[in-house]
Design a protein around this ligand. Sequence first.
Ligand code: GLN
Length: 486
Amino acid sequence: MSATELLALGAADLAARVAGGRATAADVARDVAMLRERDRLGRDGLNAVVHHDDAAVAADAAAVDALVRDGTAGPLAGVPVAVKDNIATLAMPTTCGSRILEGYVSPYEATAVARLRAAGALIVAKTNMDEFAMGSSTEFSAYGPARNPVDPGRVPGGSSGGSAAAVAAGLVPIALGSETGGSVRQPAAFCGVVGVKPTYGRVSRYGLVAFASSLDAVAVFGRTVDDAALGTEVISGRDPHDATSADVPVPRFRDAADGALAGLVVGVPREFFPDSLDPRLRALCDRALDAMRDAGATVREVSLPHTAYAIPTYYIIAPAEASSNLARFDGVRYGLRLEGHGLRDMYEQTRSRGFGAEVTRRVLLGTYVLSAGYYDAYYRKALDVRACIAADYRRVFADGVDVLFTPTTPSPAFPFGAKSDPYEMYLSDIFTVTANLAGIPAMSQPIGRLDGLPVGGQFLAAHFDESTMFRAAFGLERALGPEAHR
Ligand code: GLN
């Protein structure tokens, strides 16, 4: 079997092959390194991979192969996984796309990564991202932008653009990203892969470098719904290291593949289909809805009236929390330190040179909305609106809607430099931020192409109801078949 054939397998098939002795984890490790170089996924090409360590992966692969011989291989035996560079790993640095963390190596590993390893996965790369996960294009990485494998003249989306590109380029069937406002779903849509943001609290945030703690989630890319479901299943569940991780049983998300669209009530929120929406994008959504109807789903129009306030609400809460979380990068505790005249000057030098423009903008904005005179006018108001947004969702799900379906983004991948106004860039999250504000699970999957560029459709479900979300996603993937990529 050629290198690309082995890596083209779905995660479950690849693991079965390794567990059954028909391929070894060592073969996988070698093929990943070969493909990464051949397809130039590192600095000299797509710039999706920012750190790799082939010797460490070879050692891990030997350990997995030993477990296979003992008959104790896990569900991801030998499956290569790429990890966004804001998720702590022991091997390889964790730099968050920032100068301020250049060369920083974490002394501990994120729970999600530890669970992947325990399941037999090989952590083969750290992936490029917008600095501290702030951005929607990966153009704000201090290490240069990642490129979209479908069209290298366009962005892969962001902030988890490197992970999306690594999956789309065929390097790995599963990758980890992180979401605060859509940073996995949006790049998944742009690169033509699947992206899942689990319910807030479903996956431990231990080892995920904090951006906005009440919104942050470790999230999963898969080449297919099955890959994404398997990855999500492995990393989910209560973790004593994260007090916000929920003690809720984790169903086998892959079993949702046995469910059918028949009997599901799919809500279509009218606020996500404004008159200004590109009619061709609307047509692809309609084609997906028709396919669901033909497969027996009931489609019902619903309203989420507070949707219009999502972007302003998000861009108050996220920077407020970020300004507090990023205070720890002070030249004393981590990474970069620039000497100055005294302590205060050292802080100023380190932070002004260590952080890029977008991170600085967010810290300033966040400090402003939290300041004494403005706290009530902005921050508290935003918290109230957030509660209204969450209530909109609770109401539609209580009214009998099983899942909601929307476009993931208002347009496909844009060319580099196309969104130079920060507010323009913020608007690419218009359809994704509400799920983070409400804390509900949401995912994007391919539903077709526009001018050759992938377009994503989004499912949202009630808290901890990932199973129903995956049931709809498996159903739509089956119903569309190859159309999803045309
Ligand atoms: N693009 C959004 C932002 O810039 C979302 C980022 C994210 O989900 N990490 O904040």
